[in-house]
Design a protein. Structure first.
Length: 294
């Protein structure tokens, strides 16, 4: 068998998390149009009869505006160092921009196998796509250039087949049946956070955090309580909404995804606190790199 580690890198909102979900054919990473949605390093483990590929989803690399942005960039760079292949994703619809060139300049010296993935090609005329490939192939000695649609799954199966040709390890890093390195509770909290980002748009910054406070399997139903932590009172009011309607809709949409993930009926309770009101403020600050761990 063949095995190895593959890191997915690129600017924010180019489809990294969507690609990870498509590669695994199940949702383990949340998606949204808000920059900074992916804040943690999430591994997705692909298994078949002759291979195991550990895909690593990373935060979008961008020009940081604050300490959180710098922290997320550092995470992404770290995950580009000790892997076998880099999947460098570019939004083909928007074209190759300065942000993409910034990332390419960063990875040129890594000496890694680099695949250039042109995502969202279903939105481009074939002639424009071919011209783009012709322009980009001279920027760097990419081992492969792949036009894909991460959302529709176009060319994803062929991508996996090609990745296998470059893998050199022959050991299994994870047991059969393991699909990710993150916990059940983390995935549940992320599904709630995803709905907040989708429903509140840019009103609520991506620094909103969610944590599972209670998980109780009662046999025919699972009781789950999720705490939503925000920075300020005005953000708390936005998430709760008029007469609690926004919080209710967040819970309704999140519960549907959580039930699909767990394969069981769920009773979901959500509530909101500010960092100042939350007893574990210290833990929150450390998690987002706003305070150094002792």
């Amino acid at each position: 068998m063949k095995s190895g580690f593959v890191s997915i890198i690129g600017r924010p909102n180019v489809g990294k998390s969507t690609l990870l979900n498509s590669l695994l054919e199940r949702k383990i990473a949340i998606t949204s149009n808000i920059s900074g949605t992916t804040r943690n390093i999430i591994q997705g483990i692909y298994n078949d009869d002759d291979s195991q590929i550990v895909f690593i989803d990373t935060p979008g690399i961008h020009k940081p505006q604050n300490r959180l942005g710098t922290y997320l960039n550092e995470k992404a760079y770290l995950m580009a160092e000790d892997v076998d292949i880099l999947l460098f994703i570019v939004d083909a619809e928007k074209g190759f921009g300065r942000g993409d060139q910034f990332i390419l300049d960063k990875i040129k010296d890594e000496g890694k196998v680099v695949f250039l993935l042109l995502n969202k090609v279903d939105r481009l005329p074939k002639e424009k796509l071919l011209a783009m490939i012709d322009d980009l192939k001279d920027l760097y000695s990419f081992q492969e250039i792949f036009p894909i649609s991460a959302l529709r799954g176009d060319n994803v199966e062929e991508l996996i087949k090609t990745i296998k040709k470059y893998l050199k390890d022959d050991v299994k890093y994870y047991e059969d049946g393991v699909i990710t390195n993150v916990s059940r509770n983390f995935l549940i909290s992320e599904l709630v956070r995803e709905k907040i980002l989708h429903l509140t748009k840019k009103e609520v910054p991506h620094t909103v955090n969610c944590l599972v406070e209670n998980y109780e399997d009662k046999g025919d139903i699972i009781d789950i309580s999720v705490l939503i932590v925000v920075e300020r009172d005005n953000l708390k009011k936005i998430i709760i909404g008029k007469r609690g309607q926004m919080l209710k809709e967040i819970g309704t949409q999140a519960r549907a995804d959580i039930e699909e993930f767990l394969g069981k009926k769920v009773f979901l309770e959500t509530h909101v606190k500010t960092i100042a009101d939350w007893r574990d403020k210290e833990k929150y600050l450390i998690e987002f790199g706003l305070k150094e761990m002792e």
